[in-house]
Design a binder for this molecule. Structure first.
Ligand SMILES: Nc1ncnc2c1ncn2[C@@H]1O[C@H](COP(=O)(O)OP(=O)(O)OP(=O)(O)O)[C@@H](O)[C@H]1O
Length: 329
């Protein structure tokens, strides 16, 4: 069948859209698509309100927002609804950061960036309808992992996905500037979603143990307060990759002063369990100048081999679960 290119899919596109969906899921997904296409909002301007959604269980709580599972009433499409009280935003003087977050996040469309599907407000609240990342914060998974660290294949896959998301941001003139496991969410399919654009840099972080939590990911140029460019995100990616593999960021110390000195002198150590490939990658990112590009990260041999190994790990886990289910039934 030949398709004419339209901005929005129509019923005619369904066989094509469903071609990659496993057979057992095709019918429910087809029904969901049909319901979405028959909604007044489909391909037309529409003023969403809280009446369009049934609110469900809480998913989490941030400094200014509470996040709930929510279901769009007509299509039954599920979202993560972040609800913020205007009064709290005003008191915290973060209205501008929230608007920036909305403005940036609504125009970024990438598989590893949390999608802001729509937003609306009423007299007292702002609602952000976000894509669901059902495994929640990556930070929680890192803390729960054996020795509080991920193995090399898992770290490599996550490093690739963050590099891919950041590369897309940079191509769209966006610098994230606040990369850390707390600002990354995980989906049920083991994929990362970069979140918290535009304002979390200004949000005090109470989740880290050390006083210098906010300093841990800062590159020397930001610590010193001099001009910086998009390559700050490459530095942060190096810190993130190190934290995945080691369990804590490389310059973490008991005081901000010590962390500051360590960042300035790039005073860091690689534990003996790290492979030479991972150390080479990280040292290409955590350097004052000439940081390797995000495309170089994505094509790095340690990253590519690790990704293939992670895919094999996940396939094995899936097969084992399948066998267990068979044995149970
Ligand atoms: N799209 C989502 N899917 C699933 N869970 C989510 C989603 N967004 C947020 N959460 C959960 O809700 C919690 C609070 O999220 P929120 O974005 O309000 O705060 P935060 O970014 O962690 O903190 P802060 O408000 O201090 O920046 C998260 O830690 C996460 O566990």
């Amino acid at each position: 069948m030949a398709f004419t290119r339209t901005k929005h899919a129509t019923r005619d596109h369904l066989p094509h859209l469903l071609s990659n969906v496993p057979e057992e899921h095709q019918e429910p997904i087809k029904q969901l698509c049909l319901k979405m296409m028959s909604h007044d909002a489909y391909a037309k301007p529409y003023q969403w309100t809280s009446r369009d959604f049934d609110m469900g269980a809480p998913l989490g709580r941030g400094k200014f927002g509470r996040v709930y599972l929510a279901r769009e009433r007509h299509s039954h499409f599920m979202v993560a609804m972040k609800v913020m009280f205007k009064e709290e935003l005003r008191k915290g003087n973060v209205q501008r950061q929230v608007l920036r977050e909305i403005e940036i996040q609504s125009r970024l469309k990438h598989p590893n960036i949390l999608r802001l599907l729509t937003w609306f407000h009423d007299e007292s609240r702002i609602y952000l309808a976000l894509e669901i990342a059902s495994e929640g914060e990556l930070f929680k998974h890192l803390r729960n992992a054996p020795n509080h660290r991920f193995d090399e294949p898992r770290s490599a896959k996550y490093t690739y996905q963050v590099a891919n998301a950041l590369n897309y941001c940079h191509l769209n003139n966006v610098i994230h500037r606040d990369l850390k496991p707390e600002n990354i969410l995980l989906t049920s399919s083991d994929d990362l979603k970069l979140a918290d654009f535009g304002w979390s840099a200004h949000t005090p972080n109470n989740k880290r143990k050390t006083l210098c939590g906010t300093l841990d990911y800062l590159p020397p140029e930001m610590v010193k307060g001099v001009c910086y460019d998009a390559s700050v995100d490459q530095w942060c990616l190096g810190i993130l990759c190190y934290e995945f593999l080691v369990g804590n960021p490389p310059f973490e110390s008991n005081t901000s002063e010590i962390t500051y000195e360590k960042i300035k002198h790039i005073d860091m150590h690689y534990p003996s369990h790290m492979s030479s490939g991972s150390k080479e990658l990280i040292s290409g990112l955590i350097r004052r100048e000439g940081r390797i590009s995000l495309v170089e990260v994505m094509t790095n041999p340690w990253v590519k081999d690790g990704m293939a190994m992670r895919a094999a790990q996940l396939l094995q886990q899936k097969n084992e679960r399948g066998k267990e289910n068979l044995a149970r039934n």
